[in-house]
Design a protein around this ligand. Structure first.
Ligand SMILES: NC(=O)c1ccc[n+]([C@@H]2O[C@H](COP(=O)([O-])OP(=O)(O)OC[C@H]3O[C@@H](n4cnc5c(N)ncnc54)[C@H](O)[C@@H]3O)[C@@H](O)[C@H]2O)c1
Ligand SMILES: O=C(O)C[C@H](O)C(=O)O
Ligand SMILES: [Mg+2]
Length: 463
C-alpha cells in the first residue's frame, strides 16, 4: 500500500501497530517521496487471508494524519502493463540488417509469398501463431463483462500457450457481439494466424460462430470452452471412475450449466459411452417433449435424460454417480451431494468460484475436482489447448476433429500411471511437461490417420 503520512500527526510505529493488529505482517518499507511535513511510503504487507485488507484499511483510516493513496496486491502487480510482449528474433544492428528485415529486402519475400501463398507458412510467423479471440460475453463464470475486461484472461491464455507449448498467441478482444461481424472479423485477421482459439463466447452464439469459421477457414478453429473443456473432463473422468470403482457406461451423470462447455462435455460423454446423462440449467432439467427456443437445447433434450426426469438440480441429483458443474458459483449444496449414489464424483468446474468448494464437499465425496489452480485435481482446459494447438500447428492440420480430441483426452489421462491414481490425483498437473508432449504426439497421430494433416515430418502432404 502507498500511504501519505503527516510527520507531526502520526508515527510509523502507530502505522505498523495498526497493520499488525489488522492481521498483516510488514515485509518491506520504501520511502517514495518526502517533504518537510509529509512522507509517502510504499509498505508491503503479507497477509494470511486477503479478507484482512478491509480490517487493515479500517484501522489505518482510524488513525490521524494517514492517507491511503493506493492499495495493490501481488495479483494486480503481476498485471501492471499487461502480461505479455512481442520479442524480435534478431536485433537490427546496422543499415544492412535493416535493408533485409525491412525495405527494400523484405519486398522480395513479399513477392515470393504473392507468387506462392503457401510460403506464408515458411516465411512468416503464421506457422506458430494462434489468435485467442473473445467477445467478452462469457468470461469465466463472470458472464458478459465486455472485451476490455476479458483481456486479462486472454493474455493469460497467451502466456500459457507460449510457456507450455512455444506457441505465439495473441489476445484479440472484439468490440462486437454480433455473430456475423465476429465471423467476418476473424476471417479478416486469419492470414496472420495458424490457428484460431475462440474463448469465452457465450452460447448459443458460439456454436454458429465456430461452425461457420471451421467451414470458411482453412486453419484449425477451436472453441476452447467447448472442446478443450470436454477433452480434459473426459480425461479426468476416465481416471475418476477407476478410483471410485465405477464403470462410465453405468454411471448416472448430471451436468449443470448447459452452455458452451456443458453441451460439449455432454457430447463427449455420450461419445464415450455414457447413456444416463441429465442436463440441468437455471430452469431445471432438459427433457424431451419440452419446447426450447435454443436449437442446441432442443438437440440436447432429444439425446439425453432417458428416464425423462424433471425438476431442479436438487431433484435430479438423486442417485447420481457423477456431478459435472459448468454453471456458476455455489450451485451445489452439501445436501445435494448427500442424495448422490455411494462414492460420488463431483467436478465443480465453474471459474473462478466453483459450484461447491472442496472444503464443503470433501467429507461427502469420493473424488472432488475443480477448475482452479489452488486445489488438487484441476480439471481445466489449460491441460488441453497448448498441446492441442502445438500438434495441430506442427502437422498443419486443416481442422481439429473428433479423433484428435479423443486422442488428446486419452493422452492426458495416461500421464497418471495406474499405480499413481488416487482420489487426489486423477489428472496430471498443469506443470507436468509430459502433458503437452503426449497430447501433441497423440494429436498429430490422430490427424495423420484421419487425413487432416497437411504436413508430415517436415514434408508437405499433397492434398
Ligand atoms: N474448468 C474449465 O476448464 C472450464 C472450461 C470452460 C468453462 N468453465 C466454466 O464453466 C462455466 C460456464 O462456461 P461457459 O463458457 O459454458 O458459459 P455459457 O455462458 O456458455 O454457459 C453457462 C450456462 O450455465 C447456466 N447457469 C448459470 N448459472 C446457473 C445456475 N445457477 N444453475 C443452472 N445453470 C446455470 C447458464 O444459464 C448457461 O446456460 C463458467 O463458470 C466457466 O468458467 C470451466
Ligand atoms: O479460463 C479458465 O481458467 C478455464 C476456462 O476457459 C473458463 O472459461 O473458465
Ligand atoms: Mg474460458
Amino acid at each position: 500500500m502507498r500511504l501519505e503520512m503527516h510527520k507531526e500527526r502520526v508515527t510509523f510505529g502507530q502505522i505498523a501497530t495498526a497493520i499488525g493488529e489488522g492481521g498483516g505482517d510488514i515485509v518491506a518499507v520504501d520511502v517514495s517521496q518526502a517533504s518537510g511535513t509529509t512522507t509517502i511510503r510504499d509498505i508491503t504487507v503479507q497477509m494470511s487471508d486477503s479478507s484482512h485488507t478491509d480490517t487493515i484499511v479500517a484501522k489505518l483510516n482510524a488513525l490521524e494524519g494517514v492517507k491511503i493513496i493506493n492499495i495493490s496486491d501481488q495479483t494486480f502487480l503481476m498485471h501492471l502493463g499487461g502480461k505479455i510482449e512481442v520479442q524480435a528474433k534478431m536485433p537490427i544492428k546496422n543499415r544492412d540488417d535493416l535493408s533485409r528485415v525491412y525495405t527494400p529486402g523484405v519486398a522480395r519475400v513479399c513477392t515470393a509469398i504473392h507468387e506462392d501463398k503457401s510460403k506464408v507458412y515458411s516465411l512468416t510467423i503464421k506457422r506458430n501463431t494462434v489468435a485467442v479471440v473473445s467477445d467478452g460475453t462469457a468470461v469465466l463464470g463472470l458472464g458478459n463483462i465486455g472485451p476490455e475486461a476479458a483481456m486479462p484472461v486472454m493474455e493469460g491464455k497467451a502466456m500459457l500457450f507460449k510457456q507450455m507449448a512455444g506457441v505465439d498467441a495473441f489476445p484479440i478482444c472484439l468490440d462486437t457481439q454480433d455473430t456475423e461481424e465476429i465471423i467476418r472479423t476473424v476471417k479478416a485477421i486469419a492470414p496472420a494466424f495458424g490457428g484460431i482459439n475462440l474463448e469465452d463466447i457465450s452460447s448459443p452464439r458460439c456454436f454458429e460462430i465456430e461452425q461457420r469459421l471451421i467451414a470458411e477457414l482453412d486453419i484449425p478453429v477451436f472453441h476452447d470452452d467447448q472442446h478443450g473443456t470436454a477433452v480434459v473432463l473426459l480425461a479426468g473422468l476416465l481416471n475418476a471412475v477407476k478410483v471410485a470403482g465405477k464403470r462410465l457406461q453405468d454411471c448416472k451423470v448430471v451436468v449443470c450449466g448447459i452452455g458452451a462447455a456443458g453441451i460439449a462435455c455432454s457430447k463427449m460423454l455420450l461419445a464415450a459411452g455414457v447413456t444416463n446423462l441429465i442436463g440441468v440449467d437455471r430452469a431445471g432439467a432438459l427433457v424431451r417433449g419440452e419446447t426450447y427456443g435454443n436449437a442446441a437445447w432442443a438437440w440436447y433434450a432429444e439425446h439425453t435424460n432417458p428416464h425423462r426426469l424433471t425438476g431442479r438440480l436438487s431433484d435430479v441429483i438423486e442417485g447420481a454417480d457423477v456431478f459435472i458443474g459448468l454453471s456458476g458459483p455455489k450451485v451445489l449444496s452439501v445436501n445435494d451431494i448427500k442424495k448422490m449414489a455411494a462414492d460420488p464424483i463431483v467436478f465443480a468446474m465453474a471459474n473462478p468460484t466453483p459450484e461447491i468448494t472442496p472444503e464443503e464437499a470433501e467429507p461427502y465425496v469420493r473424488v472432488m475436482a475443480t477448475g482452479r489452480s489452488d486445489y488438487p485435481n484441476q480439471i481445466n482446459n489449460v491441460l488441453c489447448f497448448p498441446g492441442m494447438f502445438r500438434g495441430a500447428l506442427d502437422c498443419r492440420a486443416a481442422r481439429i476433429n473428433e479423433e484428435m480430441k479423443l486422442a488428446a483426452a486419452q493422452a492426458i489421462a495416461s500421464v497418471v500411471k495406474e499405480d499413481e491414481l488416487s482420489e487426489h490425483y486423477i489428472i496430471p498437473s498443469v506443470f507436468n511437461a509430459a502433458v503437452v508432449e503426449r497430447v501433441r504426439e497423440a494429436v498429430i497421430r490422430a490427424a495423420v490417420e484421419s487425413g487432416v494433416a497437411r504436413r508430415v515430418r517436415g514434408h508437405r502432404q499433397e492434398e
